[in-house]
Ligand binder design. Structure first.
Ligand code: 5GP
Length: 193
């Protein structure tokens, strides 16, 4: 595998990572394309196959694991597998794109390890764990229990921040968007690999 660059944005849920990734995808100068992950979790609402995820059964997913088709994969919850197919990155690199990922902390760090020079791994930090809890409460219809689970997971994820190349503090969204753009622009335009 060879080609363009890999941009990873990882963060606890509620940090604003998806908003940042969506914003960056619209910036023509960065020449980014989104890496569509494979998953065995059921499709939600308006999600489209091949756009949000490649949806597959658990046995199909396991077949891909056996064939060594994944760059990284994880069983996030029981029988809910998520992973990045090597063919996805190859496809986007063949189109001359830089690839951007919206994946979790563990998956992001695995990709960084496999492609250390080609990858920029960015961690998005929420202002505080308390603020994260407020944001999750505001945005979601999830139960208190589920929110507490996400908040507990967030504390573990926050501890991995030093392993990333860069950290963005998402206190003010406009500032975070500009910072994210500048970081990615200087990385994709740098010659060294
Ligand atoms: P959701 O089910 O809400 O779409 O995603 C659940 C979690 O799985 C999120 O934290 C998301 O970032 C993560 N995820 C999505 N795709 C991948 C992937 O390809 N690899 C890994 N490791 N995590 C992923």
């Amino acid at each position: 595998m060879a080609g363009g660059k890999l941009i990873i944005f990882s963060a606890p849920s509620g940090s604003g990572k998806t908003t940042i990734v969506r914003h960056l995808l619209k910036q023509q100068d960065l020449n980014l394309a989104f890496s569509v992950s494979a998953t065995s979790r059921p499709r939600r609402g308006k999600e489209k196959n091949g756009e949000h995820y490649y949806f597959m059964t658990v046995s199909e997913f396991k077949k891909h694991i056996k064939n060594d088709d994944f760059l990284e994969w994880e069983e996030v919850y029981r029988d809910n597998f998520y992973g990045t197919l090597k063919t996805e990155v190859e496809r986007l690199w063949a189109e001359g794109k830089n690839v951007i990922f919206d994946i979790d902390v563990v998956g992001g760090l695995r990709i960084k390890k496999k492609f250390p020079k080609e990858t920029l791994a960015v961690f998005v930090k929420p202002p505080s764990v308390d603020e994260l809890k407020i944001r999750l409460k505001k945005r979601s219809t999830e139960s208190e229990d589920k929110i507490n689970m996400r908040v507990a997971k967030a504390s573990v994820e926050l501890a991995t921040a030093p392993q990333f190349d860069k950290t963005i503090k998402n206190y003010d969204l406009d500032v975070a968007l500009k910072e994210a753009h500048d970081l990615v622009a200087s990385f994709v335009n740098s010659k060294e690999q």
